[in-house]
Design a protein around this ligand. Structure first.
Ligand code: GAR
Length: 205
């Protein structure tokens, strides 16, 4: 592949295993992209360490209660200055407002550990178990102002086993998240997605 690589910005709040999956996909050529910057609202998020180990710029912006828009404005300034084309929320545990969405319209993706529109929000693996679901999974979607309800790009499912607790189920879903996120990013970066109402149409290669 010739030409410049696409530049990604990744927002995290924690351990960053999905960030790692994106780093790995950039490194092994599954993605024609590089991560320009990783931004965290949590100072000791392990994902920042993963970024440093991979030689990626990492930035901590302290989260201040009631100051969401100021945080997003700071983040947007950095993401724009770094030339990011697509923003990936990877375990970023805040709702995103029009401040960030306005800077990156239809260019923010999120990964969620449930088969949306079932189980938005938090503790969703436990909720799937408590509901008695027989399958669970993960969803990568465009971020809109409707929490966890943006148009769906990729979903992967896993069976729920009799022996499952929330931790075991979360681990099985996470394996699929690490496959789904690079897949979805590639679809968007390669221009194969178009949003038509609620549906994301995927054009053939
Ligand atoms: C992942 O399971 C991700 O789907 C979830 O947080 C975890 C982050 O793990 N995100 C959400 O629940 C967002 N609503 P990671 O830091 O190892 O990628």
């Amino acid at each position: 592949m010739t030409g410049k690589k696409h530049r990604l910005g990744v927002l995290i709040s924690g351990r960053g295993s999905n960030l790692q999956a994106i780093i790995d996909a950039c490194a092994d050529g599954r993605l024609d992209a590089e991560i320009a910057v990783v931004i965290s609202d949590v100072e000791d998020a392990y994902g920042l360490e993963r970024a440093r180990k991979a030689g990626i710029k990492d930035i901590f912006i302290p989260w201040k209660k009631g100051k969401r828009k100021a945080w997003e404005a700071d983040a947007a300034g950095i993401l724009i200055a770094e030339g990011c084309e697509l923003i990936c929320l990877a375990g970023f545990m805040h709702i995103v407002s029009e401040v960030l969405m306005g800077s990156f319209p239809n260019l923010i993706l999120n990964i969620h550990p449930a088969l949306l529109p079932g189980f938005p929000g938090l503790h969703v693996q436990q909720k799937a178990l408590d509901w008695g679901c027989k399958v669970a999974g993960c969803t990568v979607h465009f971020v809109t102002d409707d929490l966890d309800m943006g148009p769906i790009i990729v979903q992967k499912s896993v069976p729920i086993l009799e022996s499952d607790d929330a931790g075991a189920l979360a681990a099985r879903i996470l394996e699929q998240e690490h496959i789904a996120y690079p897949e979805a990013i590639d679809l968007v970066l390669s221009g194969r997605t178009s949003i038509e109402g609620r549906r994301v149409k995927i054009s053939p290669k």
